[in-house]
Design a protein around this ligand. Structure first.
Ligand code: GAR
Length: 209
């Protein structure tokens, strides 16, 4: 990452794209003044996020795993495009695929993810349904660095939300979403300003940037 220029960020998404759009909107309004979103990567055909990316005028790459003989070659295919755009960091924003060694090794401590629960509770798919089914009274969102395990790397920040017995999976999804957007922008602000220091599983926020 160079000292003065904004962080060249690729956003990976698979579906609706609300987190991706929240990041782009924060860039537009100047909240993320040190982030330069240079590419959106999507692993699914006809995902709504592709149309949204077009509207937001961010270059979008639709790259389908089935077009590659292995996961490793798929990720190397993505890497080719990331390098072409001089991408420095990756934000997984509803990218529903486990990131493999090829990407992790190319971007050590430079890939972040948002997950709709207070990790380590409820990793994987349908975190909000898992929270409802378990009957928790508090849940939330987590932004974390990505390692080779699912929803696992060092936690950058978490925000919590009280769950009522009347909540449903749908109401929880809806109520968590604004928290996700806010948390992601805050975490990317920290990353792009060079404020995050990883020590083991802990992430320290430093203020001298
Ligand atoms: C979000 O709720 C995100 O936290 C979740 O997928 C949704 C994508 O929504 N990600 C995961 O569950 C990752 N394990 P979006 O496409 O509107 O941003």
């Amino acid at each position: 990452m160079s000292e003065n220029s904004p962080l060249r960020l690729a956003i990976f998404a698979s579906g609706r794209g609300s987190n991706a759009m929240a990041i782009l909107s924060a860039v537009r309004t100047g909240r993320l003044s040190r982030v330069d979103p240079v590419l959106l990567v999507c692993d699914r055909e006809n995902a709504p996020v592709l149309e949204k990316a077009r509207e937001a005028k961010i270059p979008a790459l639709q790259i389908l795993p089935k077009a590659f003989p292995s996961k490793d070659e798929y990720e190397r295919g993505i890497l080719f495009h990331l390098r072409e755009k001089n991408v420095e960091a990756i934000a997984l924003a509803g990218y529903m695929r486990l990131v493999g060694p090829a990407l992790i090794e190319a971007y050590p401590d430079r890939i972040v993810n948002i997950h709709p629960s207070l990790l380590p509770a409820f990793p994987g798919l349908n975190a909000q349904k898992q929270a409802i089914d378990y009957g928790v009274r508090v849940t939330g969102v987590t932004v974390h660095f990505v390692d080779l395990q699912m929803d696992h790397g060092p936690v950058i920040l978490q925000k919590c939300l009280a769950v009522s017995p009347e909540d449903t999976e749908e109401s929880l999804i809806e109520r968590l979403l604004p928290l996700e957007h806010e948390a992601y922008v805050e975490a990317l602000e920290g990353l792009s300003c060079g404020r995050l220091r990883i020590s083991g599983r802990r992430v320290f926020w430093v203020s001298d940037y």
